[in-house]
Design a binder for this molecule. Structure first.
Ligand SMILES: *[C@@H]1O[C@H](CO)[C@@H](O)[C@H](O)[C@H]1NC(C)=O
Ligand SMILES: *[C@@H]1O[C@H](CO)[C@@H](O)[C@H](O)[C@H]1NC(C)=O
Ligand SMILES: *[C@@H]1O[C@H](CO)[C@@H](O)[C@H](O)[C@H]1NC(C)=O
Ligand SMILES: *[C@@H]1O[C@H](CO)[C@@H](O)[C@H](O)[C@H]1NC(C)=O
Ligand SMILES: *[C@@H]1O[C@H](CO)[C@@H](O)[C@H](O)[C@H]1NC(C)=O
Ligand SMILES: *[C@@H]1O[C@H](CO)[C@@H](O)[C@H](O)[C@H]1NC(C)=O
Ligand SMILES: *[C@@H]1O[C@H](CO)[C@@H](O)[C@H](O)[C@H]1NC(C)=O
Ligand SMILES: *[C@@H]1O[C@H](CO)[C@@H](O)[C@H](O)[C@H]1NC(C)=O
Ligand SMILES: [Zn+2]
Length: 456
């Protein structure tokens, strides 16, 4: 079921306006607190609060090896999944449930800056009036900021670093339809035919409605990340609502596909230091983009009124600039959508030409992020196309996590068993993580990888 993006946003923002409360920071510390200094990015920890989620049958246990001929294509199978226990789709999930409260209580709120909860006007647009032009909160919607001035906030991923790389991403899936129409397996079959992997940013409400498509995506080798439960502008959400939006989507992805993802993309790119810090503590790196197709705004189900010729023009210029050598400063991450027939048709029309001009890879590959999930059994290709050995881990719980079936993240060093703080601090120290002050994207991502290695 496709929803109208702008109506969704209007509804979500109106709801947020109706109930805006600026939350005092909850400074209660928990067992996950580390002893790293206040001016360093906190080491990430695996989300222990998902450890008891048992994946349904049918999901793969590792990245597909072999040729694209061996990956699943064609009609989606029937998947035995019951969505009871999840909140209503496409609505702000309640923050009072025991599950959400458990996550709220597991986070260290002293590490979440008190950036104000934003307001939206009656048309659903975020209100920026009065926002300090020095951009104290690194609010992307206001300034395009992706690297916080605050050394304890991790930078976002926004562009592939290597010139000529095109980080391929599709948002708002998964979506299914009757055979023969645009929705899945259409795009995933097309990608398989092109031998192309992509980064997919999933809406939790869609995952529970289209579990077979989500399982297919993982089996086909795409990289799955969170795109929230109900697609609100996240800076307009209270701390608790941010947790709920991320939690239910992480849970849906894990229960349906078996993986605990480590990445998310904010709807509309709307993120600031407060939201970044909450996501990071939930184990998620923020992934944005540096080139936007605006494809969602073309006429179509849930779309707008942007002429397809305008979107064609963006692709034409990006390709021309790469071919004539003026696109020579950085690689890119490009925002596209699974949203509707128009966006999928546009994606399929341009991909072959983009592949002629760029090295098209899922966003994680251009950063050498081979393990985008907490489950160490999934190892993706790095920039040179090779797949490294699964990260060696020393703890016994880690070994269990890569061999158990279904895969579960280990209880890890974050648990209340007392090993935690020291273990995390050691990991951070070994990676020089606690000396990151520049906000360098690659440094932070290096830290992500190392933190995962030590903690799982
Ligand atoms: C579906 O899953 C439920 C719960 O795991 C199980 O009881 C039921 O037998 C399954 N149905 C089918 C058709 O596999
Ligand atoms: C802070 O979190 C604790 C649990 O860790 C909870 O008991 C308390 O009510 C919270 N306080 C606020 C102001 O949210
Ligand atoms: C930086 O973020 C931390 C939370 O991680 C917060 O406690 C601190 O106040 C922030 N510093 C500034 C200058 O905003
Ligand atoms: C695998 O990719 C090649 C192009 O590299 C394509 O010709 C072939 O159809 C693809 N196979 C499948 C099963 O999609
Ligand atoms: C290269 O292509 C871009 C995009 O079409 C264009 O704006 C630019 O003028 C071209 N530059 C040269 C030197 O051809
Ligand atoms: C890089 O691109 C700029 C314009 O964006 C152009 O002036 C410069 O000549 C290019 N450098 C090379 C080595 O092509
Ligand atoms: C999808 O879009 C294409 C191109 O715009 C159009 O030819 C086709 O009829 C559409 N299909 C459906 C099912 O709407
Ligand atoms: C990825 O790893 C390769 C070595 O395999 C290295 O040359 C390259 O610089 C790395 N890229 C990034 C973005 O770290
Ligand atoms: Zn979206």
């Amino acid at each position: 079921m496709v929803r109208h993006t702008s109506i969704q946003s209007t509804i979500a923002l109106l709801m947020a306006v109706a109930s805006i409360t600026v939350n005092a920071q909850n400074t209660t510390s928990t067992s996950t607190t580390t002893s790293t200094s206040s001016s360093s990015i906190p080491a990430q920890v695996s989300p222990e609060w998902l450890k008891d989620v048992v994946p349904i049958a049918g999901n793969v246990k590792e990245y597909p090896s072999g040729t694209n001929a061996s990956i699943p294509t064609g009609p989606l199978p029937t998947v035995n999944f019951t969505a009871s226990g999840y909140p209503e789709g496409w609505k702000s999930p309640p923050t009072t449930s025991a599950e959400v409260q458990a996550v709220i209580n597991a986070l260290d709120w002293s590490k979440v800056p008190g950036s104000p909860v934003r307001k939206a006007d009656s048309k659903g647009d975020l209100t920026m009036t009065g926002y300090d032009s020095s951009d104290p909160d690194c609010w992307w919607s206001a300034t395009g900021c992706v690297t916080s001035k605050n050394a304890s906030i991790p930078p976002d991923v926004a562009a592939c670093p290597t010139v000529g790389d095109w980080g391929l991403t599709y948002d708002d899936g998964p979506l299914t339809s009757d055979a023969g129409t645009w929705a899945e397996p259409n795009l995933y079959d097309f990608l398989a035919k092109q031998n192309q992997k992509a980064g997919l940013f999933y809406i939790g409400s869609n995952v529970i409605a289209a579990p077979a498509a989500a399982q297919r995506a993982l089996a086909d080798g795409h990289t799955l990340c969170v795109h929230t439960w109900s697609h609100p502008a996240m800076t307009s959400q209270s701390n608790e609502a941010v947790v709920a939006e991320l939690y239910w989507t992480m849970k849906a992805i894990k229960e349906v596909t078996g993986v605990t993802t480590k990445c998310w993309r904010p709807p509309y790119g709307d993120v600031d230091d407060r939201v970044r810090a909450i996501a990071w503590q939930m184990g998620l790196t923020t992934v944005l983009w540096d080139e936007d197709t605006d494809d969602w705004n073309m006429p179509g189900d849930g779309g707008g009124n942007l002429s397809p010729e305008t979107v064609d023009g963006y692709f034409e210029n990006w390709i021309a600039a790469r071919k004539n050598g003026t696109d020579n400063q950085t690689g890119h991450i490009v925002l596209q959508h699974e949203l509707n027939n128009a966006t999928v048709s546009m994606a399929e029309k341009w991909l072959p030409q983009v592949q002629q001009a760029f090295n098209v890879v899922p966003w994680n590959q251009c950063f050498n992020i081979s393990q985008p999930y907490w489950e160490t059994s999934f190892v993706y290709p790095i920039a040179d196309g090779s797949r490294p050995a699964a990260t060696a881990v020393s703890s016994s719980s880690a070994a269990a996590s890569s061999t158990s079936n279904p895969v579960k993240p280990s209880t890890s060093v974050i648990s209340s068993n007392g090993v935690s703080a020291a273990g995390i601090a050691a990991a951070a120290s070994a990676a020089s993580c606690n000396t990151i002050t520049s906000g360098s994207i690659t440094a932070a991502l290096g830290m992500v990888a190392v933190a995962a290695a030590y903690i799982l």
